[in-house]
Design a protein. Structure first.
Length: 249
């Protein structure tokens, strides 16, 4: 398969390092005073680094590859691949993907499991604030009644799992699309979101994303789409920490 990665022109690069901090995947580093793509398998092709390069030294190229960019999704030390850039305990090392670090939340104290809804029988324990279907960005239409005169929430796939507050805080009374900038096929996302903003009376866009660096790609996609749409709709970013705390912009 082919996928897009960045290329750095060493002659143009002045070693300022802005692309290193802009790269959410830890794919770029400085060596001998020049920026280098240290790990092609970490580059997600979103190009957050391009807009930060004052010398115009970064561009896109397509390469042949055996698979998708490194996902860093090994859940246990025994499953951490040797080339993932992580230590034996899953802790990312230099150049690795910080979003894949293994962590125990709530101080490591296990909680007593509660019966699942299936064990309790059919029904609903907590009411849902979702007012539309579908929700995945690949599947939603570009024009629909549920967008009209409403705010649009662009929600990372992990946020509603991390925070039990997502429904009442962000979904209630709003339209929603769900996307993952790291694992989805994101090539059509900018144009599709731009079409949604052009063709509907969306009043504001809320990007609800996790604090892990790779999730920052979602904000980049949305802001690029909003600029392409040219409607002037405001975009606000809200971050959710791994323990479910809503941190705001």
């Amino acid at each position: 398969m082919k996928r897009r990665i960045i290329r750095i022109d060493e002659e143009k690069c002045d070693g300022c390092g802005l692309c290193v901090t802009a790269c959410h995947e830890g794919a770029i580093g400085l060596r001998d005073g020049k920026a280098r793509l240290m790990r092609e398998d970490y580059c997600d092709g979103l190009g957050d680094c391009i807009g930060e390069c004052p010398q115009g030294a970064i561009s896109f190229v397509e390469i042949e590859t055996a698979g998708a960019p490194h996902a860093g999704n090994a859940p246990a030390a025994s499953k951490v691949p040797a080339d993932c850039g992580c230590g034996a305990d899953g802790e990312p090392m230099a150049g690795g993907c910080p979003g894949s670090r293994v962590r125990i939340l709530s101080g490591g104290a296990p909680r007593t499991a509660t019966p699942s809804a299936r064990m309790e029988g059919p029904g609903k324990v907590i009411p849902s604030d979702l007012e539309q279907w579908p929700v995945q960005l690949h599947l939603v239409p570009t024009r629909a009644p549920f967008y009209q005169n409403r705010e649009l929430v662009v929600l990372s796939t992990c946020a509603p799992v991390a925070s039990a507050d997502v429904h009442w805080r962000f979904l209630r009374g709003r339209a929603v699309v769900v996307a993952c900038p790291k694992l989805d096929r994101t090539d059509p996302y900018v144009e599709k979101l731009a079409a949604i903003l052009r063709e509907n009376a969306v009043t504001r866009v809320l990007v609800v994303r996790m604090t892990v660096p790779c999730c920052g790609g979602l904000s980049h996609i949305v802001r690029t789409a909003a600029a392409l749409a040219g409607t002037g709709v405001p975009v606000e970013e809200i971050r959710v920490d791994l323990d479910g705390t809503v941190l705001g912009a």
